[in-house]
Design a protein around this ligand. Structure first.
Ligand SMILES: N[C@@H](CCC(=O)N[C@@H](CS)C(=O)NCC(=O)O)C(=O)O
Length: 224
């Protein structure tokens, strides 16, 4: 099957979808984005997704057939291996392995951030904040001179952390600035990631409003 087109089955707020979208955009690969209502998953989506989760990458063949990939990092690695464009993994095997380890760390950081953001009250949020800050401390130590995780080159690690930091962009400063206090390298990294065109384009322009609506719906302590 030779590939003719790609569709990214998505949700506007999903950070895992954003990973794949950032990789597609970084490599300049055209793709169609199809959003799914996760509160009322359509039958075609459930039939296609073994985990009932987004993202999915639908790979359309020239011969009318298609294949489906699930799991964001499997999708990103497939794109890295098959598509032209700037590589997003370092060429050195040791550094590449280190990046893959930080990507795993990125998923754990995302889980802590999500727990903080969706906590129902200040006490629960404070507990989650400790775990999140502990991860940020580790990252602060691992960062170099920037502007990206590995230096000058934007990498897959950046694609994984950019959606985590995006959550905090639209929040009231009193609710999140303390989380990032005393971490100048992370501050500079967040700034570089937020300005990257692929990162900007990976989420809808009304992302902040959609996220606020999510916080309200789930009765988060952060709901504006
Ligand atoms: N490990 C998965 C996680 C994907 C995931 O959790 N997606 C969420 C949206 S951000 C989802 O589809 N949730 C639907 C559900 O759990 O029912 C990946 O990396 O792709």
């Amino acid at each position: 099957m030779s590939t003719s087109a790609l569709s990214l089955i998505s949700h506007p707020l999903c950070p895992f979808v954003q990973r794949a979208a950032i990789v597609l955009l970084e490599k300049g690969i055209p793709f169609t984005r199809i959003d799914v209502d996760l509160s009322e998953k359509p039958a075609w989506f459930l039939a296609m997704s073994p985990t009932s989760k987004v993202p999915l990458l639908k790979i359309h063949g020239n011969d009318g057939t298609h294949k489906v990939l699930f799991e964001s990092m499997a999708i990103c690695e497939y794109l890295e291996e098959t598509q032209a464009g700037t590589p997003l993994h370092p060429s050195d095997p040791l550094v590449r392995a280190q990046h893959r380890a930080w990507i795993e760390f990125g998923s754990a950081t995302l889980a802590d951030a999500w727990g903080y953001l969706n906590a129902k009250d200040f006490t629960a949020a404070s507990m989650k904040a400790v775990a999140f800050r502990d991860k940020l401390d580790r990252l602060e130590d691992a960062l170099g001179t920037g502007p990206y995780f590995g230096g000058d080159q934007f990498s897959m690690v950046d694609a994984v952390f950019a959606p985590v930091f995006r959550y905090f962009e639209g929040l009231a400063p009193d609710k999140n600035s303390a989380l990032f206090e005393g971490m100048p390298k992370i501050g500079a990294w967040r700034y570089s990631l937020a300005a990257r065109p692929s990162v900007i384009a990976a989420a809808p322009s009304d992302y902040a409003a959609l996220f606020h609506a999510h916080l309200q719906r789930y009765d988060s302590w952060l709901a504006p």
